[in-house]
Structure formats: structure tokens, C-alpha cells
Ligand binder design. Sequence first.
Ligand code: SF4
Ligand code: SF4
Length: 70
Amino acid sequence: MSALLRSFRPVINQDECRKCGLCYTYCPEGSIANIDGNYAVDYRHCKGCGVCSNECPVKAITMDREKAGE
Ligand code: SF4
Ligand code: SF4
């Protein structure tokens, strides 16, 4: 999946994240990885659907608009 087909990308604020794993559990694309207890988005597969952002109980995931050319 090319990032060009995605209008928004989820960005995890690691300072706000409570490591609950809900984003990891609910992502329909399996695009959130648990790396040594920290959660990170795999942008190669993320579709930008926003499910992770909606499910995060502390609103630690913002959906940022993709910039052209990135
Ligand atoms: S935006 Fe959708 S596809 Fe991307 S990480 Fe979040 S839940 Fe997964
Ligand atoms: S749902 Fe939110 S608080 Fe929980 S692991 Fe994901 S980013 Fe962190």
C-alpha cells in the first residue's frame, strides 16, 4: 500500500500512550506493532482508517493529514 492512497496517517504520542494495546488489538490491518512494549505504526501497511485513533482511551493517536510528496 502506497502512502499516496492514504489521506491521513496516525501518529502515536508516546508521552501520552498508556501501553494498553487497544490500538494494536483493533487495527484491522495489523499495522501496529509492539516493539519492546512500545506501540508503533507500520506505515507500509496502514490504510489510515482511524480505528486506532478512535479506540485509544487517552487520545494519544492523532490523525495527521498526509502531505503531498511524502
Ligand atoms: S489508521 Fe487504521 S490501518 Fe492505520 S494503524 Fe490505525 S487502525 Fe491500523
Ligand atoms: S490505544 Fe492509545 S494508549 Fe493504548 S497502546 Fe495504543 S496509543 Fe497507547
